[in-house]
Design a protein around this ligand. Structure first.
Ligand SMILES: Nc1ncnc2c1ncn2[C@@H]1O[C@H](COP(=O)(O)OP(=O)(O)O)[C@@H](O)[C@H]1O
Ligand SMILES: [Mg+2]
Length: 610
């Protein structure tokens, strides 16, 4: 569907408010016309020419004079002018009050539209495939939600309200003008197409450049967010100067693009300025030539003044109307980007036909294969089963596909071939929500939010009480260090939890999993990043977490792996060995090699980099 139409559709919920805005605007414009027309008798009284309709008199003059007659009958010219001034002032006040109301209404509509789009994009982001986030820079997404969406509101101010207002003003003004002299009005209007043509020729380029500008702006945001997050890295490797140069180059690319875009949009103003100048000269010249304007004599001075005021009143709305496509070009460039994002197919969310997951017996991987996008297969024909209450360990060299395999359980991805079943039902026939509700994941890089300790532990368990949170923290060996934090459980953890050590972060993550109390647990190298001291504390916590659960544990401490009910050895996406520790140890092969490597280094961890 066309972008314009889609954008208009977003306005639908506000159509009542919008109609009110349009009505207020129309009323304000009518009053504007009234204050213009009332000038004629006022000027007549001031010039002392009232009552004397001369050869060049127009229908409008006759009409207004008749209309205001009862109001000023029997008054001296001075007193009559005074009354008309009061009337003029009242009209002016009311007109501006209405204009104010209409602009407030338009702000209400446009900000509502922006909020709606913003929340829709955010919700949509939450439902996109994980791959999308790997393809897209976070800063570009932030720029979508912050800047691009904001730009789309111009569709309300520029398009609906302002365009409408100006059309009404132009119509009323033209009515006034043509009542003074139809021919002079037509002459004036004959100049308009030339201006519109000039403006139009700018627009195509403007839209293209506006789109490029939006992209550059996104790049600036993206670089900023990434580099701010990597400030320790930059410092540690002394990359400040290079980063500075890189950012300066980026900022400069953005500057160039803004200047290029502005080059076209700034041209509209001088064009119309010159145009109005010519118009004034034309009107004065033609207004004093009776033959040209088709009246018995030249226009009275007061009529020419009113005509000039009215004609000049036209230029601003005409300018707005003709630059409307320019403004819309920028808006539509932004809207296009917004809709592109909204059109990214969502993979998340529950589908019709998907049932609720239940786990009583076992999870089975049956000849599961998987590849990312069009890449090489990362998992090939993987088969094993995870019976309820058992522990299966997954070991293998780095890059073997262990994390990928673990990601298939919560349906972060679905297998490209083969099937994973839970109690015999394929996972793809179960809602993601119900499958994930059964799972707890603790991985090597724990994700903490910039929130309190309490909120981080209770994340995903909204109903948890303080007592439950504290019990989970105790079981996770986290209570002691939490007590030492300045505000205990109310301490803010800072951006990505940076105020905690690796082992402390890990224990918060374990407390989080404990609180959620999932029947199935996935441990992905949960202790491999830790030093021996915190590892003991974390290990103790993990042992408590594993109790009475079904566990898939990846490349963990040897002790855990050795005690596992079954060990699956993965290499280059294939299962190369499978069995208990005793069996695999005796069989030699990859498991034995990994085991020996661990022993030689006296490092009780089975995550090995080749
Ligand atoms: N999002 C991704 N897109 C493309 N390839 C990926 C992605 N994640 C991992 N891979 C690739 O898949 C393979 C297995 O990775 P992974 O499952 O993380 O291994 P492991 O956890 O065993 O170290 C690696 O070759 C890795 O480069
Ligand atoms: Mg991994």
């Amino acid at each position: 569907m066309r972008v314009e139409l889609r954008l208009l559709q977003q306005v639908k919920p506000y159509r009542g408010l919008l109609a009110l805005g349009l009505a207020t605007t129309a009323l304000a414009s009518l009053l504007d016309g009234f204050t213009l027309v009332i000038l004629i008798p006022l000027l007549k009284h001031l010039f002392g020419t009232s009552g004397a309709l001369h050869a060049g008199s127009t229908r409008l003059e006759a009409w207004v004079t008749r209309l205001t007659e009862p109001l000023v009958a029997g008054l001296t010219p001075g007193a009559a002018a005074g009354r008309l001034v009061v009337l003029l002032a009242l009209g002016l006040l009311l007109k501006n009050a209405l204009s104010y109301a209409s602009s407030q209404i338009s702000v209400g509509v446009q900000e509502g539209l922006v909020r709606d789009l913003r929340t829709r994009i955010f919700d949509h982001l939450l439902s996109l495939d994980l791959n999308y986030f790997q393809r897209t820079r976070a800063g570009q997404l932030i720029s979508y939600i912050v800047t691009e969406v904001d730009q789309t509101k111009t569709v309300i101010t520029a398009s609906l309200l302002s365009l409408f207002q100006n059309i009404v003003v132009v119509t009323i003004t033209l009515a006034v003008l043509s009542q003074i002299s139809l021919r002079l009005t037509l002459l004036t209007l004959a100049c308009v197409p030339a201006m519109v043509y000039l403006l139009q020729s700018l627009l195509k380029r403007l839209r293209r450049h506006a789109r490029a500008r939006a992209k550059e702006r996104g790049e600036v945001t993206a670089t900023l967010t990434e580099r701010i997050g990597a400030v320790r890295l930059i410092r540690a490797y002394g990359e400040e100067a290079r980063e500075s140069a890189r950012f300066a180059a980026q900022a400069n690319r953005y500057r160039k693009q803004v200047v290029r875009t502005q080059r076209y949009s700034s041209l509209t103003s001088p064009l119309t300025e010159v145009f109005s100048g010519f118009l004034v000269i034309l009107i004065i010249w033609a207004g004093t030539r009776p033959a040209l304007i088709g009246l018995g004599g030249p226009l009275a001075p007061e009529t020419i003044i009113v005509f000039l005021i009215a004609a000049l009143k036209l230029t601003s709305p005409l300018k707005t109307i003709s630059s409307f496509p320019a403004v819309m070009a920028v808006t539509l460039a932004s809207a296009e980007r917004v809709f592109e994002l909204l059109d990214e197919p969502a993979t998340e969310g529950d589908r019709p036909g998907e049932g609720e997951a239940r786990f009583e017996r076992e999870i089975v991987f049956d000849r599961v294969s998987f590849r990312y996008g069009d890449g090489e297969p990362v998992l090939r024909d993987v088969s094993f089963s995870l019976p309820k209450g058992r522990v299966v360990a997954l070991v293998g060299p780095s890059g073997a596909g262990k994390t990928t395999l673990a990601d298939l359980l919560p349906r972060f991805h679905d297998p490209t071939a083969g099937v994973i079943t839970m109690d015999g039902v394929p996972l793809t026939r179960l809602t993601r929500r119900s499958v994930r509700a059964l799972l707890g994941v603790v991985s090597q890089d724990t994700v903490l939010l910039n929130d309190t300790v309490q909120a981080n532990i209770a994340y995903g368990s909204p109903g948890a009480t303080r007592d439950q949170v504290e019990a989970a923290a105790r079981a996770a060996n986290a209570d002691l260090f939490i007590a030492q934090l300045p505000q205990g459980y109310e301490t803010l953890l800072g951006e990505r939890g940076t105020r905690l050590s690796g082992g402390q972060r890990q224990r918060i993550a374990i407390a989080r999993a404990l609180l959620r109390d999932p029947p199935i647990l996935i441990l992905d190298e949960a202790t491999s990043a830790l030093d021996t001291e915190s590892e003991r504390l974390v290990q103790q916590a993990i042992d408590r977490l594993m109790a009475d659960r079904t566990v898939l544990v990846i490349a963990h401490r040897l002790a855990t792996v050795r005690d596992a009910d079954e060990i699956v050895v993965l290499d280059e996406g294939r299962v190369v060995q499978q069995g208990t520790h005793e069996q695999l140890f005796r069989a030699g092969g990859l498991y034995r090699r990994l085991y020996d490597l661990q022993f030689r280094d006296d490092e009780p961890v089975l995550a090995v980099e080749y």
